[in-house]
Write a protein that binds this ligand. Sequence first.
Ligand code: ADP
Length: 226
Amino acid sequence: MNIVLFGPPGSGKGTQADNIVQNFNLFKISTGDLLREEIKNKTNLGIKIKEIIEKGLLVSDNIVNELIKKVLSNLKKESVKKGLIFDGYPRNLKQAENLDKITDVDKISCVLNLKVEKEIIIKRILGRQMCTNCGLIFNEYFNPASKSNHKCGSSFLKKRSDDNEKTIAERYETYLDITLPILDFYKRQKILYEINGKEEIGEIFRKIRVIITSLQAWLCKTYSYK
Ligand code: ADP
């Protein structure tokens, strides 16, 4: 089964994607992580996209689609079959249409929309820390790293360069103008699930777990009848 995690920047997509990976046997594709990897490796592409990301704009569809294509072609067939979670993709209608094409056989089963308002998002993003070693996401105010939830140590915890007040405002505008309108595309397909993203991390995941488990059972039943 393939899942899309949808929501504004800072709504908790990355955190919940990690929870889903740990609890269900799915593979995560985060376009933000893929882009940051290019920046970290100082590739030609990385130098070009750093500026775009720090302005709070979207990277071009060609670049993002190529990165996804590369990941998928390197993935074992079994992993693709088990299912994928898309975090941060699609971010515009063209990307949503592209995603429909690349997941042609095993369509997107659900789009989980984490709804959170701007004021909360700003607080969350300003406290966000990312582990440069394992990729896990923490928040120094709401979900601090500790010995029990993070093994790499605090020296690996870094703030993202686009997590500052000015860029957050731009990213949020980009989300409202370009990304949010694709919800209609998924509403029409009747695969959209609304989730209150303001709740506590564990509570949000409990709701996500119920949705995924019931969809898995439904898919299992449908395929066994075929
Ligand atoms: P967040 O959801 O918190 O904004 P992400 O890690 O998903 O963080 O994305 C960081 C930045 O990377 C975005 O602001 C955007 O510039 C770029 N980006 C990520 N995914 C895409 C995408 N699918 N298309 C275009 N740009 C993207």
